[in-house]
Design a protein around this ligand. Structure first.
Ligand SMILES: [Zn+2]
Length: 195
């Protein structure tokens, strides 16, 4: 009986760092108004992988226009709106409103997400211009990775709700987008874990 209780205790307390999560592969089908520079895409992919590693989601990036999509258990379609590079940045910060949004139909969350690259440029322009020219694409890509991780939270945790802190919080400051590290709180990462 004591052994059974011990097993139950372990079952309701999954290890966080110690126990690697089960890994699920997700096909990300992407389309762009304007193809971003390689430095933006590299930084975006690296940031998404870093945020999602403790969740157990790994991403295969595929062009949406590349023929018929494979049948796959997990997928999301990501549309990048507007201009996605760090040249001709606006010198003053303007608040663009939503930086990303995920589609809902009759209360059901659909795996379709839009990211507003142009809005992100407007929001971060002043701070990106303060960086060395060679660092701007990387910083923009990392910020995009955080917005994308937030939208994928809605899809894979299957919730319209937000959290008080971390990547799942409802609004991002400039600092959230440009700081060295930004992560999901543990409860939000667990909500996305593949079952
Ligand atoms: Zn949200």
């Amino acid at each position: 009986m004591r052994e059974l209780l011990l097993l139950l205790a372990l079952a309701v307390q999954p290890g966080w760092a110690a126990e690697p999560p089960a890994v699920a592969r997700v096909a990300l089908y992407v389309q762009f108004d304007q193809t971003p520079p390689e430095a933006v895409m590299d930084s975006l992919r690296t940031e998404l992988d870093s945020i999602m590693a403790p969740v157990g989601l790994q991403f295969d990036w595929r062009p949406l226009a590349g023929g018929s999509p494979e049948v796959t258990a997990e997928l999301a379609v990501v549309s990048f709106k507007g201009r996605c590079d760090s040249t001709s940045l606006p010198p003053h910060t303007t608040n663009p409103g939503a930086l990303g949004w995920t589609h809902i139909s009759d209360g059901v969350i659909l795996p379709f997400t839009d990211l507003d690259c142009g809005g992100l440029r407007a929001f971060l322009g002043e701070q990106l211009l303060a960086l060395a020219r060679g660092d701007r694409d990387g910083a923009l890509g990392r910020a995009l990775g955080r917005v994308l991780a937030h939208e994928l939270y809605h899809i894979f945790a299957n919730t319209t709700q937000h959290a008080p802190d971390g990547v799942a919080k409802p609004t991002y400051s400039v600092e959230d987008l440009l700081s060295a590290g930004f992560h999901f709180a543990k409860r939000d990462a667990l909500a996305m874990r593949p079952h």
